[in-house]
Write a protein that binds this ligand. Structure first.
Ligand code: C2E
Ligand code: MG
Ligand code: MG
Length: 581
């Protein structure tokens, strides 16, 4: 049983609420309306506000007096004119309506609101009574769900689904208006190995910065999306001319060229880009994506850090690549790799002082395949790691065998690819192989290219220092073709600089190349490094190098890379074979 006093009070309240005209009743109803958290507003059919509660003021930022001088459409963010206001329009011809719209507050703040409105008769006049509920939170949640479905959480870029949506829209538009568009497939080079060495936190950060550089290049009407992993797609719509897409591709490669600085480390990231154009290279989402992907693979094959425009021949290429990948997986167990060896000769004495091991693949159907035709694929698939171990072991065994046979001892050089160099256990692997083959570490030289060394210079210094401590020699290969940082070069504990074939090749004809080759020789001398000129083919080139006191040469002029069985003869007859001394 409820106490009598309470029951009486309840009854009084009810009477008050039901009472029509008493001043108290009106005050009480107004109090109730003002305590509602939703905005309640009444306006006439022209939109003139007749009544507003406190919440209407809170949402809009206007006081009651201001609101009562305004019209409802003044609060619409989209500011439709007069009675075409979406606030009123849905009511035409019916009594009630529910809809969402954006409400503009006094300070310009936009608030999404849900409106419930009904037309009521009031003293013979028709007025609209509406309730507006702030739905910011719901909208935010909806927005977030949309973002999750359409955007890549790591970089904030559109994801595959949104990219495909936009491509569909752009294609329809381009077809209607007879416009061209371009799509690009972009894959970062060796990003997996960078990620493996950096760890995922830094790897993610690097990925975000890469995304940011890409985004900053795009026009408003273009889209750059992250498909996942280290793959991005770009939609350029419209493009006026085929060359425009190539210009953008060049700008992308340029934008990635400056090093990325993360937590005191510098990293270099390059990308391979494939381009497909509508309508020439495909008319559907699928065909354009597939063809841009094929073009991207061609860019990888061309040595990465470049772009390629799709040509129909590339699809044939894609099939061959797949077949090649399958057979590459079995090549090691089927013993299909062979090493050829190319002598490095002291220019002054004419003596063979070193030998570089160069891999070839003896393919059962395709014959001898050159390293540039399968090393990139081996890198991508990770097969380079076991292949690299095989090269290292075979070379060390071979050198030890030559020494045991009584030939004059020379150093052998082995090329390391990016992936191999980034292996955590590289130093242990090298040490183990030296132990097992019994080769003195001073007769093994490891070659890394300048760009591999610069990719994470601090880490390079560490790795090279541990290798040096074991007594192994280090050469920087293809010097002059990568990103040079002389300050780092000084800090790398290296033994040899190999001047890239490109400069040696042109020393006779191109003054720039001659100047670069001379500078590299002078620089190396300054750093007390051994210099080896690669790709020496002519007497003229040799004379140039000799004049500048380059220490060693390697090239067809002295010998092509040859099978191991031919090396003893070259080691024996060296001074005689040497030309031009
Ligand atoms: P590299 O280390 O710069 O090797 C020198 C390349 O120049 C070799 O090409 C060699 O045959 C070629 N060459 C030598 N003398 C001359 C010359 O006088 N003129 C011209 N035009 N070229 C000359 P190759 O054997 O096709 O090797 C190409 C690249 O493949 C190598 O460049 C190296 O980066 C990579 N490579 C070779 N073997 C291996 C390996 O065992 N492991 C890894 N990771 N990469 C390898
Ligand atoms: Mg080399
Ligand atoms: Mg080289």
């Amino acid at each position: 049983m409820k106490p009598r006093a309470v029951m009486d009070k309840t009854k009084d309240l009810r009477n008050l609420l039901e009472a029509r005209d008493s001043v108290e009743a009106l005050r009480f109803k107004s109090l109730l309306l003002d305590s509602a958290s939703d905005a309640i507003m009444v306006h006439d059919l022209d939109g003139r506000l007749l009544y507003v509660n406190d919440a209407a003021c809170a949402i809009s930022g206007y006081c009651k007096e201001e609101l009562l001088r305004m019209r409802i459409q003044d609060l619409d963010a989209n500011n439709p004119e007069g009675l075409t206001s979406p606030r009123v329009r849905p009511l035409v011809g019916q009594k009630t309506a529910r809809f969402d719209l954006y409400h503009k507050g006094k300070d310009g703040r936009i608030v999404p609101v849900e409106i419930h409105a009904r037309i009521v008769d009031f003293d013979g006049r028709k007025v609209v009574a509406g309730i507006a509920r702030d739905i910011s939170e719901r909208k935010q949640a909806e927005e977030m769900i949309k973002r999750m479905a359409y955007y890549d959480p790591l970089t904030g870029l559109p994801n595959r689904a949104l990219f495909i949506d936009r491509l569909k829209v752009a294609l329809a538009h381009a077809k209607r208006n007879r416009e061209r568009l371009a799509i690009m497939f972009l894959d970062l080079d060796d990003f997996k190995s960078i990620n493996d060495t950096l760890g995922h936190v830094l790897g993610d950060e690097l990925m975000r910065e890469v995304a940011e550089r890409l985004r900053s290049l795009m026009r408003e009407s273009d889209t750059v999306a992250r498909l996942g992993g280290d793959e991005f797609t770009l939609l350029l719509s419209p493009v006026n001319h085929e060359d425009d897409a190539e210009t953008v591709a060049e700008r992308i490669l340029d934008a990635l060229a400056p090093s990325f600085k993360l937590h005191d480390h510098e990293f270099h990231v390059t990308a391979s880009v494939g381009i497909a154009l509508f309508p020439g290279d495909g008319r559907t989402v699928e065909s354009l994506l597939k063809n841009a992907d094929s073009a991207m693979y061609r860019a990888k094959e061309q040595g990465r850090n470049n772009y390629q425009v799709y040509t129909p021949a590339m699809n044939a290429g894609a099939k061959t690549r797949l077949a090649l990948e399958t057979s590459l997986r079995h090549a090691l167990e089927r013993d299909e790799f062979v090493l050829h060896y190319q002598p490095q000769v002291n220019i002054e004495t004419g003596r063979v002082v070193g030998i570089e091991a160069l891999i070839r693949w003896n393919h059962p159907e395709r014959g001898l395949i050159q390293p540039l035709d399968f090393i990139p694929l081996a890198e991508e698939t990770g097969l380079i790691v076991p292949i690299g171990v095989w090269v290292l072991r075979t070379t060390c065994e071979q050198n030890k065998a030559w020494q045991t046979a009584g030939l004059q001892p020379v150093r052998v050089s082995v090329n390391l690819s990016a992936r191999q160099f980034q292996q955590q256990n590289l130093v242990e692997t090298v040490t183990r192989i030296l132990d097992e083959t019994g080769l003195d570490p001073g007769y093994l030289e490891l070659e890394i290219t300048e760009s591999i060394a610069m990719r994470n210079a601090k880490r390079t210094i560490k790795t090279l220092a541990s290798l040096k401590e074991k007594g192994v020699l280090i050469a920087i290969d293809d010097f002059g073709t990568g990103y040079s940082s002389l300050s780092y070069l000084k800090r790398f504990p290296i033994h040899t600089l190999k001047i890239a074939e490109a400069f040696v090749h042109d020393v006779g004809g191109n003054p720039d190349s001659a100047a670069i080759a001379s500078t590299i020789i002078a620089l190396a001398k300054n750093l007390k490094l051994n210099t080896v000129a690669e790709g020496v083919e002519t007497e003229e080139q040799l004379a140039f190098l000799r004049e500048r006191r380059c220490h060693e040469m390697q090239g067809f002029l002295f010998s092509h890379p040859v099978p191991g069985k031919d090396i003893p003869m070259l080691l024996d007859a060296q001074a005689v074979v040497f030309i031009g001394a």
